[in-house]
Design a binder for this molecule. Structure first.
Ligand SMILES: NC(=O)c1ccc[n+]([C@@H]2O[C@H](COP(=O)([O-])OP(=O)(O)OC[C@H]3O[C@@H](n4cnc5c(N)ncnc54)[C@H](O)[C@@H]3O)[C@@H](O)[C@H]2O)c1
Length: 398
């Protein structure tokens, strides 16, 4: 029997870090009893302080009242004991460190101690959820619920299905996310990086190759994407902000060894390796693509990108989005919603395709792909059948 939204009263979050504390805070404010569990007592204390702070901010902004937040705080229990944390839970979300082995151990234990009907979810950013499901005796009740940082402020949650989980389990997760006041989108297959981060990859990697080959400067591309297209940050500024250089280089081997559908079989741009080897991980190390010693924000002139054709960045992203539609990973609407709510993009890639025409996108993609002919290092430049078909027939995605 699949747990229904009406059956859910208690939610457990495993891991009290940046994400776990935020997810717990959202769930408690929505009226659920919440357990937050971590192996580190200090993290639990920090989580409690941080939740109190974020609730204070919510009250300041008029998003909640003092009474709401006080009641929500009363509903949260912080503990190091995993068994008692999950014993009454109908929905468990794991948000521990991003390591497949650690997560598999946690899922094995959760399976033993959580109620038999409980849904077990993971907040992984892209690890193999199918394998997490398969270490349990209830693979049909294991899914991904991928939140965006910070959970209190970001609207989007991706719900990721595996081949083992029936749609009804995803429906319950979506109902739960709705009840938190958040927007769910459905990733119908367990593919590496899910929906939004699959779009983020060509957004970061395509421009990296252009700069690596000396075709354009970072400031030119960042300025164009930010000021001409309306992205909150250009690809290089964003990578420095999120620490993408480190994440991409350290995750490269995992990706190359991944056997899920739509796995990546290409290496990351050598420029990322060069920066990584110098310890330039981004803002947190005071240097990444840009230097941060002197100022908080990189200097990106408003008019530096005037001559840059932004469709060269869009084309591989649109192609990736079309590929996801073609393979039944997600609907156009969910992909575009993911880009807009998860990345704060001004437009979704398939809306962009319909605006400029699939034929124009295909032509730009061919231009980008020609540059990769010798290396074939950016998989997103190989046109997918659906994009080619739309370009030929003139059909739109919507
Ligand atoms: N930070 C982000 O922007 C972001 C966004 C989306 C998803 N995620 C994913 O969410 C998860 C958590 O990320 P984070 O940024 O909160 O990490 P974090 O490092 O801030 O927190 C991880 C927490 O897990 C705890 N932990 C480690 N092993 C544990 C165990 N066996 N049992 C219980 N707790 C354990 C640690 O003590 C730590 O408090 C990761 O899978 C990450 O990929 C992160």
């Amino acid at each position: 029997m699949v747990v229904d939204i009406d059956d859910i009263q208690t939610i457990t979050v495993i891991g009290a870090g940046q994400m776990g504390r935020g997810i717990g805070a959202v769930a408690a404010l929505a009226g659920y009893d919440v357990y937050i569990q971590d192996i580190d007592e200090g993290q639990l204390e920090a989580a409690q302080e941080n939740i109190e702070w974020s609730y204070g901010k919510a009250v300041e902004k008029g998003a909640a009242t003092d009474e709401d937040t006080a009641a929500a705080l009363d509903r949260i229990s912080f503990t190091t004991d995993q068994e008692s944390a999950v014993s009454e839970s109908e929905f468990v979300t794991e948000a521990a460190v991003e390591q497949q082995g650690v997560k598999e151990d946690i899922f094995e234990t959760l399976d033993e101690v959580a109620p038999a009907e409980a849904i077990l979810a993971t907040n992984t950013s892209g690890l193999n959820i199918t394998r997490l499901a398969e270490v349990t005796e209830r693979p049909e009740q294991v899914i991904g619920t991928h939140w965006f940082n910070p959970p209190m402020l970001m609207d989007l949650v991706e719900v990721i299905m595996t081949e083992h989980a029936p749609a009804a389990v995803g429906d319950t997760a979506e109902d739960l996310i709705d009840s938190f006041g958040k927007t769910p989108i459905r990733c119908k297959m367990d593919v590496p990086s899910f929906i939004v981060n699959r779009l983020m990859r060509p957004f970061g990697e395509g421009p990296a190759w252009m700069v690596y080959r000396g075709e354009y400067s970072m400031r030119e591309i960042d300025s164009a994407m930010k000021y001409k297209e309306g992205f909150p940050m250009g690809p290089f500024e964003l990578a420095d902000y999120t620490g993408a250089i480190q994440l991409r280089v350290e995750g490269e081997q995992d990706h190359l060894e991944d056997d899920r559908p739509l796995s990546y079989d290409t290496e990351v741009c050598p420029m990322l390796h060069q920066l990584y080897d110098k310890g330039r991980y981004g803002k947190k190390t005071d240097a990444g693509y840009y230097e941060y010693e002197q100022r908080d924000e990189p200097d990106i002139p408003v008019d530096a990108g005037q001559g840059f054709d932004t469709l060269l960045v869009w084309a591989p992203i649109v192609n990736e989005a079309a590929k996801m539609v073609q393979h039944g990973v997600a609907t156009p609407d969910d992909i575009d919603t993911g880009a807009k709510l998860g990345g704060n993009w001004p437009q979704g890639p398939l809306e962009k395709a319909d605006e400029v025409g699939a034929d124009v996108i295909l032509q730009k993609l061919t231009e980008v792909a020609a540059k990769h002919e010798d290396t074939n290092k950016l998989a997103e430049t190989l046109p997918c059948d659906l994009l080619v078909e739309k370009a030929k027939t003139g059909e739109t995605f919507y």
